[in-house]
Design a binder for this molecule. Sequence first.
Ligand code: HEM
Length: 311
Amino acid sequence: MDNQIMPREQLGICAEGNLHSVYLMFNANDGVEDQLRPSIASVAQYIYELTDQYADSAFNGFVAIGANFWDTYYPNARPALLKPFPAMNEGNRDAPAIEYDLFVHIRCDRFDILHLVANEINQMFEDLVELVDEERGFRFMDNRDLTGFVDGTENPKGRNRQQVALVSDEDPEFKGGSYIHVQKYAHNLSKWHRLPVKKQEDIIGRTKQDDIEYASEDKPLTSHIKRVNLKDSAGNSMEILRQSMPYGSIKEQGLMFISSCKTPDNFEQMLRSMIFGDGHGNHDHLMQFTKALTGSSFFAPSLDFLTQWDE
Ligand code: HEM
């Protein structure tokens, strides 16, 4: 692939938020790689074309390949930094790894379209894969997490989304791709709602109603935004693009946390800081109110990479 030309990215990676989402996690059946490659290409192309067809409803999506499945999918080369989900645990803070071979992420402002497309994609994979998990996400109020706090405020904006999320010249074969991490967090909302609002705000590090960031000196070291707002050794902000949405029903509900980034290291260091803290016992107190049920690592290659096997 020409180094100078940016391959076409899958449009769902950097898209703006939507009203609805569907998450499909698949595992590949044994020995079907040769048929699966063109099938993945068709699904990615189909999603890309629907982005135009359903532009009025802001349809978008992407297909990502699991870290543990990558070498089976494409034995010739591997995205330089692709590795399994960094499972970690400390005290009662747990980030388990549950890996899947394929992740299809589709979003739209019309749920009927998503339902139709999800069925179609499932059929396109025929009997090559098994659908092992499925969730539906939704916009809650004015872009709030189910804790009632606005989520996504400090996300990269405009073209900076691409700069944060997409691999560039550092890994030419995988340019335009993105490292994806997914964690399904089930919230303990009855416990959360028993907290006075000021205590909730101290845990997030922002006000609840108006979503105003605390002044630096007022941010508890155990607040979520203190723990994830990190700088690298050169003093630059470490950023990720979050595409999370609330999911679930009355029995189990929470946040489908989705990070996309040009490197997997930023997510890993943030998660480390949340779970292990700052070395002085200051870990993320948000973790007392939510539990990660899954943790999966993927790479979402450019559309041009995926469609080299198009039928
Ligand atoms: C910020 C919620 C998990 C990384 C925030 C904010 C909220 C929030 C309400 C403040 C508003 C905003 O800027 O978006 C949650 C919830 C989570 C969760 C409910 C899970 C239950 C995570 C995880 C990571 C993460 C696992 C990364 C490993 C970030 C980052 C920011 C942020 C980078 C922006 C910080 C800043 O620059 O101010 N989150 N989050 N979050 N979160 Fe989370």
